[in-house]
Write a protein that binds this ligand. Structure first.
Ligand code: ZN
Length: 76
């Protein structure tokens, strides 16, 4: 996949409503788009996701805690 990222941090500190869990947050905000291998299908592009949700989406519920500690998505 090279440097292609499906998830990235867009704000270090922002007041927003997470599109996944619907919670109001004052924290890091992330964008997320899953990869589609289906022609003519464009997955929903989340523009406001909280840290918990973006890590769960990107890594699944088993891995996300470990990845959060490693801060794998926290480069801007
Ligand atoms: Zn959320």
């Amino acid at each position: 996949m090279g440097n292609y990222k499906i998830a990235k941090m867009v704000r270090l500190r922002n007041h927003f409503t997470c599109e996944m869990c619907g919670k109001n947050k004052l924290s890091q905000m992330y964008e997320y788009q899953s990869i589609s291998f289906v022609r003519d299908y464009i997955p929903h592009h989340y523009k406001q996701m909280c840290r918990d949700c973006v890590y769960k989406k990107a890594y699944g519920t088993k891995l996300y805690k470990k990845k959060k500690e490693e801060k794998t998505l926290d480069d801007m």
